[in-house]
Write a protein that binds this ligand. Structure first.
Ligand SMILES: [Zn+2]
Length: 163
């Protein structure tokens, strides 16, 4: 199966990862077929940009009837093995990706927090109580979430910028 870092950051889409099969003659194939099934000697983490993981996963240690990488080698479900190597590759080639992802998550949380504050205000909660619950003061709560406070909210990142 292929791995895509699908959070909306366009440069990450140039780095689709997958466990590549290594054949008896040393060549690689991304797809498993009946022809290659018996020739697969193991797997390696790979990226469409050309990167290859250092770790070789020999088929003699990882049983595979079809020749495709077993879950323990793929690692997508558990965030380990070939998948984890590919994620470290992404961190190295796109060090800004974590910033983008966290800024996006922060904007999402800010949006949900703002909606929760509005719901609590609608239910009759005072700014004093809201400020205390949110770990701030009444004044800062009003400035942050009051009718004129929307400019203090984090903006969701866009890629490409200004789109
Ligand atoms: Zn890559």
């Amino acid at each position: 199966m292929a791995w895509v870092h699908d959070t909306g950051y366009a440069p990450a889409y140039d780095h689709t990862g997958y466990p590549v099969s290594v054949l008896l003659d040393g060549t690689e194939t991304a797809s498993s077929s009946a022809r290659t099934a018996s020739e697969v000697i193991g797997w390696r983490s790979a990226c469409e940009c050309g990167w290859r993981g250092m770790q070789f996963y020999p088929r003699s240690e990882w049983l595979s009837r079809t020749g495709s990488a077993p879950d323990g080698v793929d690692g997508w479900e558990t965030g380990t093995a070939a998948f984890a190597e590919w994620e470290r590759h992404l961190d190295r080639v796109l060090p800004e990706l974590a910033v983008y992802d966290l800024a996006k998550q922060l904007a999402d949380v800010e949006e949900r927090l703002h909606a929760a504050v509005q719901a609590a205000r609608f239910a009759g909660l005072s700014w004093l109580r809201l400020g205390a619950v949110a770990g701030t003061t009444q004044n800062l709560a009003v400035r942050r979430w009051g009718p004129t406070g929307q400019h203090l909210r984090a903006a969701a990142p866009e890629w490409p910028p200004g789109s």
